[in-house]
Design a protein around this ligand. Structure first.
Ligand SMILES: NC(=O)c1ccc[n+]([C@@H]2O[C@H](COP(=O)([O-])OP(=O)(O)OC[C@H]3O[C@@H](n4cnc5c(N)ncnc54)[C@H](O)[C@@H]3O)[C@@H](O)[C@H]2O)c1
Length: 1015
């Protein structure tokens, strides 16, 4: 054993100079060969000829007696790799010093055949084959290798003999194979020769040799032939792949497949036993008929050629007749139609489908619209994109204290090699376009006339309210200066006109400080006169007037000019004012009004709205993170966006984030879901310019509103098309699938203009049905409903919120909870988290869920699972969490009287409420938290009473301003935003699949959220 090991080690350690080390396998493999330096040298010269295009790789290998394996071993040796580069694939970069005029001239000579490769190597010993290959690819006009001089396909002498022998082949006296073998001509050469010289050396017509056994009829039995026909039919349909598979199957039937066998079959029944090519040719018309049928049946779901192919693959009729056919754009079947009758082609064009490179995307078709190339961030010093300029500017300004002069200095420095910043107008444009995605830029806005934000205005009113009745501008301003809104904006509203201007734009939020002062002082003055001791004169009230901030003379004059109508506006009855006037404005001695509030704001200012605006959360860190990830891209710039969503306060941030990433508020429509919400959210959206549609609380009105929204988006699209030739595609942020459903039902012809992002399981399910019904998903479709993040993390917020809201509401109704046993129907993510929360609060929870997968999870969490018949009786709380119809009249009978019934999925589908309404009398239940959602006791015949919290609507939407706290919901908002950005960047043609953000990105969001919230 020891001896061979030593030899092996010696061999490996010392390959010897100039020897290519090769590892010959012990069992077979390439025989060991060593190359001398001379051999290697001649190989290198030979390969240069190949690189120059003067020789082919195969003949190079033959002349050097190299197998492919051996050659690949040689060229993989580090010492030789540069002399044997691969001709295809990526070339190595061009080395410095190679592209000299001499090298280029000589290499040109080699390619032209004027200089030998050996001479070239001698003249330029440092230039290797890799270098000239790189040279060839990077420098044009090096001279194309001459095409002439190539060996003829078949050498003249062989061709002469072939021509002589060919009639034998034609007559069937000899086979083509034997003749070619005899002459040493490869079959592919003959094929190429025939192609180049059609008409010559035609293929032999196959027919049974005279006198052979196939001449006699009845060689095969009827059953044999029937079975063979079936095999052939399968072969034609592509179920049997090729002749290699067909022949053994025929052989099994006892049919001869060699020699004249198949030709005999063909003679018996030319149609049934025809070749595949003949089958395709014979059936071309019928296939095109079928394709036209399929295309015309699905115009709304076909956007591109592959969509048609997907439908053909699923079409039973086509498959039964023709099976798998090559229908690619360049295939024979399609090309024939395109170049001939264009029957299928014209249908596809009519639909507006992109049909091949030659016709290109037609203007106005969806596939052509808005596929703008991404601006790239080059590191070179070439012309910079606006995005690059914005990024440079933001980086240069970061950390500096904002001042006009600093800004000008920084811009002047950058403008030296950036044309986008070369004039004031230009850099202001860059800044205002990109300050959403590079928030640093927004700190440097010194425009004194920029509008005040709603939050700023609301904060001013709150400061005024805090400053008290009749407060002066200075007092209000000193309080306002302590607010974050002042810190952000840095401006005080100018004393003379600032608040008046604010009031003009937002009369619901603010009145000018002087109007407010006059209003409040007047009210106080009138109240003072009304309650002063009877008969006391105005002069006698000087002291009190001073407290209000009025002099006697001013008060006297003011009262003299006041009309009863004005007094009424300030809260005093006309008769009382007239009585005052008649008595010469002396005290009336009336009783004090305990409800009189001297600080009441002027009519029109809605303090609840002011507070709701200030309570609306600011943009959360997760959305800032999502924007930062864009690195300056503005994905919503070329989108019209429609939101179908809840109107909780957090949505304002999402809409704002999308606007920062390019969305125009005026190109957005917001349709609210049909639940009770606060008007503050609508107000804030409308004020930003978003068209908002609020349905009444029923499904019909909701459907109508969504339809109205879609119509508006399409009208906008059309306006844009007329203006610019192309409308922006419509991105729909859908909650519950209503928009996709309506588009499928009513807007099929416009289907390709939409991209959809879905949030809920219910909407996702609708899309699945849609896919089943129409054959394929016809739009770009993203869903976050079943992302890991939603299932594992955010469902928790909603699920536990459902349980919390039920438990909060029960004590407000004044009804007794029968027991602490609860039944949760539906063990999906939502149900599970509701169940977990109820259990934490001390409830005994039983689940109903027929799905084995859900059951496994529930068992693992140690929950009780029962069939509905056993789970409903004896429960004080019944909670529906399925998203489907969970309770009908039959199940209702199983619930104990006095139970609280609620649902936390969506809308009002979970229970058959309209049937229950017919069966029972409803009495409203009280609630003390001031929210607008109503609950009812249903009294059924026979005395049974059930308390339906939220009246069968989902309990999760009860009219509060906030849904899930922003701290938690920001994770889902971030994911929603990221999904929307990805959807916007997905070409409109990429339809047909359910897409979601990759798990890695979800994981990054989750990690970030955990860091931010410390959870
Ligand atoms: N209100 C909200 O804030 C809110 C938030 C998120 C999701 N949702 C909605 O809540 C619903 C449930 O969400 P999910 O993520 O758990 O969905 P899911 O589809 O994953 O789970 C539903 C579960 O219910 C079961 N189920 C279906 N029909 C049933 C029946 N008749 N009886 C018993 N079990 C039945 C299913 O087997 C499944 O396990 C969805 O409709 C979703 O859209 C609402």
């Amino acid at each position: 054993m020891r001896y061979p090991l030593v030899v092996l080690l010696v061999l490996l350690a010392a390959p010897g100079p100039g020897l290519a080390r090769r590892s010959g396998g012990r069992f077979g493999g390439t025989p060991r060969r060593q190359f001398t330096d001379r051999q290697l040298d001649s190989m290198k010269t030979g390969w240069l000829e190949v690189v120059a295009g003067r020789n082919r790789e195969a003949s190079f290998r033959t002349s050097h007696d190299l197998s492919t394996t051996l050659f690949s071993r040689v060229r993989s040796q580090p010492g030789h790799a540069l002399d044997f580069p691969k001709l295809k694939g990526k070339a190595a970069p061009l080395r410095d010093g190679v592209a000299t005029p001499e090298v280029m001239k000589d290499w040109h000579g080699v390619r032209e055949g004027k200089l030998s490769a050996a001479t070239f190597r001698k003249r330029h010993p440092d230039v290797r084959a890799t270098d000239v290959l790189a040279l060839q690819r990077s420098v044009r006009n090096l001279g194309a290798p001459p095409r002439t001089g190539r060996a003829p396909l078949i050498p003249e002498d062989k061709l002469g003999r072939l021509r002589m022998l060919w009639p034998q082949v034609e007559r069937g006296k000899a086979t083509q194979k034997s003749v070619l073998e005899q002459l040493g001509i490869p079959a592919h050469r003959l094929r190429a020769y025939r192609k180049a010289n059609p008409g010559e050396l035609r293929p032999a017509t196959r027919h049974p040799r005279p006198g052979s056994r196939y001449e006699q009829k009845g060689t095969y039995s009827a059953s044999q032939l029937a079975a063979a026909r079936e095999l052939y039919a399968r072969y034609h349909r592509g179920e049997i792949k090729d002749l290699k598979q067909l022949k053994p199957a025929l052989k099994k039937l006892g049919i001869t497949t060699t020699g004249q066998g198949l030709a005999y079959l063909r003679k018996l029944d030319p149609r049934a036993f025809c070749s595949k090519t003949t089958f395709t040719k014979q059936n071309h018309g019928a296939m095109i008929d079928e394709l036209v049928r399929i295309a015309s049946d699905h115009p709304h779901v076909i956007r591109k050629w592959s969509d048609l192919l997907e439908l053909v693959g699923k079409d039973r009729q086509f498959n039964a007749r023709f099976g798998k056919q090559n229908l690619a754009l360049e295939s024979w079947i399609v090309t024939k139609d395109r170049e001939g009758e264009r029957r299928l082609y014209s249908v596809m064009e009519r639909i507006g489908t992109q049909v091949g490179k030659d016709s290109g995307p037609k203007p106005g078709t969806v596939s052509a619209s808005h596929t703008r190339p991404e601006p790239t961030l080059a590191t070179s010093t070439g012309p910079r994109s606006r995005r690059e300029s914005a990024r440079d500017l933001a980086r240069a300004l970061e950390g500096k204290t904002p001042s006009k002069s600093t800004l000008e200095q920084v811009v002047a420095r950058l403008a030296r090699d950036d044309k986008n910043l070369s004039s004031r107008k230009k850099w202001m444009g860059v800044r205002s376009e990109y300050d959403g995605v590079y928030p640093e830029l927004s700190r440097w806005n010194f425009d004194a006339h920029r509008p005040y934000s709603l939050r700023y205005v609301a904060r001013w009113t709150e400061a005024a309210h805090q400053a008290g009745a009749g407060a002066s501008y200075e007092k209000i301003a000193s309080i306002f200066k302590r607010s974050p809104e002042y810190r952000e904006d840095g401006r005080l509203p100018p004393k003379r006109s600032g608040t008046a201007q604010m009031a003009q734009g937002n009369p619901e939020l603010v009145s000018s400080w002087s109007t407010r002062r006059t209003y409040q002082r007047t009210r106080q003055l009138l109240e003072l006169l009304r309650t002063a001791p009877a008969g006391e004169t105005l002069y006698g009230m000087r002291g009190q007037l001073k407290q209000i901030g009025l002099s006697y003379r001013y008060a006297h004059k003011w009262l003299g000019q006041m009309s009863p109508a004005e007094a009424e506006q300030h809260g005093m009855k006309r008769v009382t004012f007239e009585q005052l006037k008649r008595g010469g404005f002396k005290g009336l001695g009336q009783a004090r009004d305990p409800g009189f509030d001297p600080g009441a704001e002027p009519p029109g200012v809605d303090m609840k709205l002011v507070r709701d605006i200030l309570d609306t959360p600011r943009m959360p860190p997760m959305l800032e993170y999502a924007i930062k990830r864009l690195d300056g891209r503005r994905p919503f710039e070329f989108q019209n966006v429609m939101f179908v969503n809840h109107r909780y306060s957090d949505i304002v941030s999402l809409v704002d984030a999308m606007a920062r990433a390019g969305m125009e508020y005026s190109n957005a429509t917001f349709v609210s879901t049909p639940y009770p919400f606060r008007d503050a959210v609508t107000y804030q959206l409308e004020k930003r310019g978003v068209n908002t549609i609020v349905p009444r609380q029923n499904m019909r009105s909701y459907e109508k509103s969504v339809e109205q929204g879609i119509r508006r988006m399409l009208a906008l699209h059309e306006q844009q098309r007329q203006k610019w030739g192309n409308g922006k595609p419509i991105l729909i942020m859908d909650d519950g699938g209503m928009a996709s459903k309506i588009i499928g039902e009513k807007f099929r012809s416009d289907i390709g203009k939409f991209r959809i992002v879905e949030v809920t399981a219910a909407g996702h399910r609708l899309a699945r049905e849609f896919q089943k019904q129409y054959g394929r998903l016809p739009f770009v479709y993203y869903s976050i409903a079943y992302t890991r993040l939603k299932r594992k993390v955010t469902s928790q917020f909603y699920g536990s919120r459902v349980a919390d809201r039920v438990l909060n509401l029960i004590p407000q109704t004044g009804q007794k909870l029968q027991n602490k046993r609860a039944c949760v129907i539906g063990g999906g993510p939502m149900g599970i988290y509701a169940g977990v929360r109820l259990r934490e609060k001390g409830y005994d929870v039983t689940f109903v869920d027929p799905d084995p997968k859900a059951q496994r999870k529930l068992r693992w969490l140690k929950f009780d699972i029962k069939p509905i018949e056993q789970a409903l009786p004896g429960r004080g709380i019944v909670l529906g969490m399925t998203g489907y119809r969970a309770l009908g009249a039959r199940e209702l009978a199983l619930i104990d009287s006095g139970a609280f019934v609620a649902q936390g999925s969506s809308k009002r589908n979970e229970f058959d409420m309209s049937a229950f309404e017919r069966m029972a009398k409803k009495t409203e239940l009280p609630r003390s938290d001031g929210l607008s959602q109503k609950s009812f006791t249903y009294s059924f015949r026979g005395g049974k009473k059930l308390h339906f919290l939220g009246d069968g609507w989902t309990i999760n939407h009860d009219g509060s301003l906030h849904g899930t706290p922003m701290r938690d919901i920001q994770l889902e908002l971030g994911l929603y935003f990221e999904t929307a950005a990805q959807a916007a960047a997905t070409p409109l043609g990429k339809t047909g699949t359910f897409r979601e953000v990759t798990p890695q990105v979800q994981w990054q969001y989750h990690r970030m959220w955990k860091q931010l919230t410390g959870r």
